[in-house]
Ligand binder design. Structure first.
Ligand SMILES: *Cc1c(COP(=O)(O)O)cnc(C)c1O
Length: 385
């Protein structure tokens, strides 16, 4: 058996596709320490710089003092604490929807929602560039999965028109995790209304960041309707861990009854719920952090004039620089690391073949000088290539 495992590993090594974990010796942040050296990092999804906020560290300690460490049981047995309950009320009110349900992770939330709502007689319609967890969720549900080309609303409309499925569920990242573009939610919603389909939005990269008050993609577009199932993660801009789904009361009640990744798992430690309540307050008051991030995105895009590499059109913290071939993307990432800058190279199968890229993620915690330095080094590497 072990010999059988060796061959595919060897093949990954030969094709330059072996993934490796970098070990951080410091907390997450714009500067991280790896192997005793300090790097300027553009790798995290900690868009507001909250992962190390003293208020959240304090909240975790408070949470541990009042609730201990582990929840000790699933939510439906005895793991559901007052801290979880409070957080769910706050999350629902934060995004302006009737009710919210906390999940342990975004991956589990997506698995849980999709498989609780659709089955064999139904069809899921998914953008080709959706996050892997949404595709896996559709597979687990056993519904038919139809994927439309990225942002191709005409193709989606045609698929829906031809479909005789029982339930129709359209699924989209709200902010695409490898391209940084924002889904055309009002148009998606109009299509869903015409075809009586549900719309599940995964706002992992919009929550906390999009909208004047950081409420996410719904605030950005000024939307809140019963047809939308809203999902966001809490380990990115919120700086902690976890995820939630929000929507109508009957939707959330259905998830409590049927979402297997909710029912059959130990509840999130209540101390994290306490930290997340504190994080919502920080997000609420983070106008300056959001403005700083927006400013840094502008500075980066104004300076990033590349000859061969292509900066994708993105107004979010995710700034993808498409290099093309896998080995070149890897070489650029390594070249940056030699100069003390960490930017991950993203290769297939995470992105399409021939579109290997640097996924530059900016944070409100970066300084203007950090952005200037990043662009200067990148331009230098492009010139030498
Ligand atoms: C990160 C991410 C997830 C998974 O969330 P976790 O809480 O990390 O499991 C789901 N969807 C998208 C779009 C993501 O970027």
């Amino acid at each position: 058996m072990l010999d059988e495992l060796e061959r595919p590993l060897q093949s990954l090594r030969e094709r330059g596709l072996m993934r490796q974990r970098r070990m951080l010796e410091s907390p997450q942040g714009p500067r991280v320490s790896v192997d005793g050296a300090v790097y300027l990092s553009f790798c995290s999804n900690d868009y507001l710089g909250l992962a190390t906020a003293p208020e959240l560290v304090e909240a975790v300690v408070r949470g541990a003092r009042s609730h201990g460490v582990g929840a000790g049981a699933s939510h439906l047995l005895s793991g559901h604490s007052h801290a979880h309950h409070e957080l769910e009320l706050e999350l629902a009110s934060f995004v302006g929807l009737p009710r919210a349900l906390l999940f342990s992770t975004g991956y589990m939330a997506n698995m849980g929602v999709v498989s609780a709502l659709v089955d064999r007689s139904d069809t899921v319609f998914a953008d080709k560039l959706n996050h892997a967890s949404l595709n896996d969720a559709a597979l687990l549900s056993r519904a038919r999965l139809r994927r439309y080309a990225h942002g191709d609303l005409a193709m989606l409309e045609q698929m829906l028109g031809q479909s005789g499925a029982g339930r129709k569920l359209v699924i989209s990242d709200a902010v695409f995790s490898m391209d940084g573009d924002i889904a055309p939610v009002p148009e998606l919603l109009a299509i869903c209304e015409r075809h009586d389909a549900w719309l599940l939005l995964d706002d992992a990269h919009g929550f906390g960041v999009l909208g004047d008050n950081g409420r996410g993609v719904l605030e950005y577009f000024g939307l809140a309707v019963p047809r939308i199932i809203y999902m966001a993660t809490l380990g990115k801009a919120a700086g902690v861990f976890g995820a939630f789904v929000a929507g109508e009361d009957r939707l959330v009640e259905t998830l409590i009854q049927n979402a297997r990744t909710y029912v059959y798992t130990t509840a999130t430690p209540p101390l994290l719920a306490v930290a997340l309540s504190a994080s919502l307050k920080l997000i609420d008051a983070a106008q300056q952090r959001r403005a700083a991030l927006k400013r840094l995105i502008g500075i980066f895009r104004a300076r990033a004039n590349f000859r061969r590499w292509k900066l994708l059109p993105s107004e979010t913290a995710i700034q993808p620089l498409v290099i093309g071939p896998n080995n070149e993307a890897m070489a650029v990432s390594e070249g940056l690391a030699k100069q003390g800058i960490l930017v991950p190279a993203i290769r297939p199968p995470t992105v399409p073949e021939g579109k290997a890229r640097l996924r530059i993620s900016l944070s409100a915690a970066h300084l203007e000088a950090d952005i200037v330095q990043l662009v200067e080094v990148l331009l230098e590497i492009e010139n030498k290539a």
